[in-house]
Design a protein around this ligand. Sequence first.
Ligand SMILES: Cc1cc2nc3c(=O)[nH]c(=O)nc-3n(C[C@H](O)[C@H](O)[C@H](O)COP(=O)(O)OP(=O)(O)OC[C@H]3O[C@@H](n4cnc5c(N)ncnc54)[C@H](O)[C@@H]3O)c2cc1C
Length: 505
Amino acid sequence: MEHVTRIVIIGGGPGGYEAALVAAQLGAEVTVVDRDGLGGSAVLTDCVPSKTLIATAEVMTTFDSSYEELGILVADGTPDAADPARVVGVDLGKVNRRVKRLAIAQSHDITQAVTRAGVTVLRGRGRLGAGGQGLDGSREVLVDHTDGRVESLRADAVLISTGVRPRELPDAQPDGERILTWTQVYDLEELPRELIVVGSGVTGAEFAGAYQALGSNVTLVSSRDRVLPGEDPDAAEVLEDVFRRRGMNVMSRSRAVTVKRISARTEVAEGPSSPKAGKEGGVGDRVEVALADGKVITGTHCLMAVGSIPNTTDLGLEEAGVAVNDWGQIKVDRVSRTSAPGVYAAGDCTGVFMLASVAAMQGRIAMYHALGDAVQPLNLKTVASNVFTDPEIATVGYTHADVSCGKMDAVEIKLPLRGNPRAKMQGIRDGFVKLFARPGTGIVVGGVVVAPRASELIHALSLAVDNNLTVEQVANTFTVYPSLSGSTAEAARQLHIRKREGAGS
Ligand SMILES: Cc1cc2nc3c(=O)[nH]c(=O)nc-3n(C[C@H](O)[C@H](O)[C@H](O)COP(=O)(O)OP(=O)(O)OC[C@H]3O[C@@H](n4cnc5c(N)ncnc54)[C@H](O)[C@@H]3O)c2cc1C
């Protein structure tokens, strides 16, 4: 009889369920143990819900700029007299019901696909058994079922992909009503009138932009000099300018130390208000955020976006010999192996690059490796990522930081979108295309696109980076006229000319 490898996967997010599909395809006997539902946080609380909310926010932004820029008026006589730039409002309860419906449907679809592939799905908490490897090299995985039963499984290889959860500050405890984590916002029935977002990384920036577009008055508290400290500095500058222009209060170099609920009566300063947003008037109906410099700001709601904590405690890692770093993230190599033989890890719990696409790739790589298939080690230099703000910020390959610290020798060009004919027609004023290329060969090693739907436009640059294409090849590829992607070809053309001038001098 043919040998069948037993694979047990703890955690059914993109890292886990994509691995399960690959392992089943390769003929393994696969079990996925998940606590909350397949799709993981990516589908149930993080990626899918936030992008669904942002889909509504995007339409609102289009409407908001439609009057000034494109001359659109809605038929019943709006724009709003109190806010002439705003022509429509939003029913947040309805939006959130759609968000949750889509998330559950997506989780259901994934469960069906995985089950159809022959994978066994168990609902419960998984952990490594204490016994280490058996004589046959296998390991025990214990499953704590919701009804209290503990089931023991044996696996020839285990994949841990348990994800992360929102980090909470001791003096800013979320209550799910007014002080919220990003997983809790979808229970809101009414739009927060004055929302304070603490944290200006990708999650904070995405939610701040979305709620501002939906009609909240947003204050963004950033402990750093600018929003999106990890992104391209020119891109972050564009976004911060847009945020401020749209009325967001961006507080730089401001660290929140405590967040608590207060009632309107105890409040010292009243923030601005919008007639379209939620109502309050009771005890504890406001929040107060104290900053490290002594300033105090208040609002109706506070969203905490101050990073995440890996779900790696209570998994029996130490006993099994699985090493973690100081942040509790599981250490892995480029084929997702941990320090313990037969134990692999993928996704956010490894902290490698916290994206659904990377989690999925790490999970697949783990299975190719465990099951003896050909495997390409993970290459982070070709990962495309996107910040879903308006405008979006999409990035691939080497970055400005890599070039300025000398990690990559590259020339750089930035072409603003405002000169692009399609951008002019569509009323797009903000954004640019940036390219990084090797000085001698002109090989494209990185790029940034700041534009509406940059997430779609970056693909041309991803192809270039992934396939070592040169600026000439990008420049000489036809683009549609008029189109925003024309700017990608034009940037490459300018870099090509600059390269030739450099060569001649
Ligand atoms: C607000 C937000 C928006 C995001 N948007 C994007 C985006 O647009 N694009 C993108 O690429 N990435 C996005 N991300 C990141 C993306 O969500 C993560 O990279 C992705 O979820 C990682 O997948 P994973 O499989 O590692 O973990 P998860 O998706 O977190 O799944 C882990 C699963 O493991 C389960 N689990 C945990 N412990 C156990 C246990 N002991 N036993 C059994 N099950 C367990 C959890 O319940 C969960 O179901 C976003 C993140 C956030 C916070």
